[in-house]
Design a protein around this ligand. Structure first.
Ligand code: IVH
Length: 687
């Protein structure tokens, strides 16, 4: 039995046994925090983790004397922090000098060699994380303090907000290295995809999104409610030891700790998140440049936002020998990647109507290149955003593109104003249907459900990749069909006049056949995707899955009251109200009814998966025109026999069943090599 299972089952009958169990539980939880938050390789399910946590909490409630500051249960909800006390750093937090090209790096190398009197110098190179700087102090292996950078000499004590980050260990075995007190510097960061999600929620709540992950991290650290900070998915990356003494108070920097490379390895082995995998020890400046070039090419694929690389002399003894100017150490330099900011002109503002009628102002800009991408159009989210930043037509604006995050207007550059700029006026009427707009939270909305712009957006959303995935029915074609009068509502998709479409320019027999097929295939999507496709306000993709798993048929939801709806995971009162309203609107129920008649997945049987059917454990994909069954029939047959039908071709597919005119999938399957390509007859044989 492993330790996790053991501690979950272990009982206790006295204080000593409780103490032992508490110690074991803390160790096990600490280990799983490390696996999950530092290594991103969890070993237990969320359920098991929660059980460990609950058990620890229960024992601590029974024996409060066993609670210690470093218990995992103390990581959340330390209550409100009124203000953050000022604390002096043990060593000043200097910032780094910047370099922008190879020449700057060669200059740096030359200077370091001159000052050190050495001809050969190795460097430690690692990403420059774009977050908020912090310092941590550990004494006797326990985390005793976390602080912001402040002015570099004095920071703000934010320990309560630091300990909610589970990637930061509450205890670390520094004593193993003879270390009594250590101050470590690092960066509080947020993963790019978590940041996107964070902004999505802000927009939904009527707040302006933040420009970049850095702002999200630094803003979060000063929130007074640590329970709120805990929800922000912040992480701590540690990269530098700024102060370190042994039990006699002797400085260990340069003695026990000899190289930066070793320091990172030590912090890594003690359970910290570090640039362990991301760093290198380059034997000379050419090696540094090569490594930086590699990172410049892959920075967009990295999960954290980085704005450059940091180059540090590897030998720590050089720290003292080289010293520092009043601002920067001489033994390190930051290499900044090309800016992802640019200055351009705001030419005009257009107003777009979304599928639920929200009016979004969109800035039309003089095209400008930002980090290799030409930008000419940027969302300005809502009226408040424009007012807050005092953006005017004709203004020079600073724009920023943080990684793969959407471009953003940082501010208007007022030095470029000459008086000819004009204020942005929000329209009083819908630009598409002229209905008078109303204001809801931060957004102006058009409430006309038949507004042509909204209808189009709803159709585009329904057919989009994450919803019903009707390939060949993208925004441009939908608009064309809409203008031709063939496509005015979702059911029209399933009743298109293909004979007429075939006469359109750009359409032939083949493309019409393909379109027919993909519309037919959309009937095999899940009920959750259909629900998402209907575009219920506040109901995203994940939420749709959660809700769909509770009902057999979508229309069952018309019998759910708000309280019952709000009982579903992640469904708050706002979402519950929206779902309630949707299923209490006659026209929506009618729509669902019509879609059901067209064979769409309005209902879905929730049956236990057949694990000993003839096709159990096998994944199928159908391609081309099937002669014996429709796609939904083929899907049902497969699933009834325990098999799975894949949405697209990948190495996970075991069998590709080929009908007539199969297209490119067959070649692709051959390339993959492990996919069996079979006929409909062979498929039937397997059944
Ligand atoms: S080393 C004394 N390494 O960039 C040198 N800094 O101006 C200690 N930063 O204030 C800093 N990633 O907040 C170092 N891998 C890294 C870093 C890094 C980000 C930040 C840090 C510092 C600023 C440099």
């Amino acid at each position: 039995m492993n330790l996790t299972t053991k501690v979950l089952h272990m009982e206790f009958s006295n204080l000593t046994e409780a103490q032992n169990l508490v110690n074991d539980l803390r160790d096990v939880i600490h280990f799983h925090d490390y696996r999950y938050y530092v290594q991103s390789e969890p070993l237990v399910t969320d359920f098991e983790y929660d059980s460990l946590y609950k058990k620890l909490k229960k024992i601590e409630a029974e024996y409060p004397s066993l609670i210690t500051d470093d218990s995992p249960t103390q990581r959340v909800g330390k209550g409100l922090t009124k203000d953050f006390p000022q604390v002096p750093h043990l060593a000043p937090m200097l910032s780094l000098d910047n370099s922008y090209d190879e020449n700057d790096l060669y200059d740096f190398d030359r200077k370091v060699k001159e000052l050190s009197g050495l001809n050969n110098l190795a460097y430690c190179v690692e990403p420059k994380f774009d977050g908020a700087g912090m310092s941590l102090v550990y004494t006797d292996d326990a985390l005793v303090r976390g602080a912001t950078r402040g002015d570099g000499v004095i920071g703000e004590e934010i320990t309560n907000n630091i300990i909610v980050m589970r990637s930061i260990p509450m205890r670390a075995a520094f004593s193993k290295y003879g270390i009594k007190t250590i101050e470590i510097r690092g960066e509080v960061v947020i993963q790019k995809d978590k940041f996107k999600e964070f902004n999505r929620k802000r927009i939904e709540d009527g707040l302006s999104p933040l420009a970049n992950p850095r702002n999200a991290a630094s803003g979060s650290l000063r929130i007074q409610d640590s329970a709120e900070v805990a929800k922000r998915n912040l992480e701590g990356v540690l990269y530098h030891i700024s102060y370190c003494v042994d039990a006699d108070g002797r400085d260990m920097i340069g003695r026990g700790l000899k190289s930066r490379d070793e320091n990172i390895k030590m912090l890594h082995s003690l359970g910290f998140k570090t640039p362990y995998e991301e760093h290198t020890r380059a034997k000379d400046i050419d090696g540094v440049i090569k490594f930086i070039d590699e990172w410049a090419a892959k920075r967009d694929d990295y999960k954290y936002e980085i704005d450059g690389m940091v180059v540090k002399v590897d030998d720590i003894n050089m720290e003292e020998r080289l010293g520092a100017t009043s601002h920067h150490p001489r033994w390190a330099i930051a290499y900044k990647f090309s800016a992802r900011q640019a200055r351009t002109k705001l030419l005009k503002v257009e107003f777009q109507v979304g599928r639920i009628g929200t009016i979004t102002p969109v800035a039309k800009l003089e095209p400008v290149s930002v980090g290799g991408v030409t930008v000419s159009s940027i969302s300005m989210f809502n009226e408040e955003f424009i007012e807050e930043k005092d953006l005017r037509i004709g203004d020079d604006v600073l724009i920023e593109r943080a990684g793969d995050v959407i471009p953003y207007i940082v501010m208007s550059l007022k030095d470029g104003r000459d008086g000819s700029e004009s204020k942005v006026h929000f329209p009083a009427e819908c630009p598409s249907c002229s209905t008078k707009l109303i204001k809801e939270e931060a957004a102006w909305r058009c409430t006309n459900i038949n507004c042509p712009a909204q209808v189009l957006e709803r159709l585009i959303h329904f057919a989009s990749r994450d919803a019903m995935e009707i390939t060949g029915l993208g925004a441009a074609i939908i608009t064309k069909f809409y203008e031709a009068g063939w496509l005015k509502s979702i059911p029209d998709i399933y009743n298109l006049p293909f004979d007429e479409i075939q006469t359109l320019e750009g359409f032939g027999e083949k493309s019409v056949e393909k379109l027919k097929q993909s519309i037919e295939t959309s009937k095999t999507r899940s009920m959750a995707r259909l629900m998402f496709g209907l575009g219920i306000r506040h109901v995203g993709e994940t939420m749709s899955k959660g809700i769909a798993s509770h009902v057999t048929c979508l229309e069952d939801l018309k019998d759910w009251d708000m309280e019952k709806l709000a009982g579903i995971d992640d469904v708050g009162p706002k979402v519950a109200e929206s779902i309630y309203n949707f299923f209490h609107t006659e026209s929506n129920l009618e729509l669902i009814h019509i879609l059901k008649d067209f064979g769409l997945p309005v209902c879905e049987e929730k049956k236990e998966k057949n694990t000993d059917g003839k096709l159990s454990g096998l994944t199928f994909l159908f391609t081309g025109t099937l002669q014996k069954y429709t796609r939904p029939e083929a899907k049902k047959l497969t699933e009834d026999a325990g098999g799975t039908v894949a949405g697209s071709l990948s190495a996970k597919v075991n069998y590709l069943v080929v009908g007539e005119d199969p297209g490119s999938k067959v070649d692709k399957a051959k390339k993959i090599g492990t996919v069996n390509i079979i006929t409909e007859e062979e498929f039937e044989g397997m059944l």
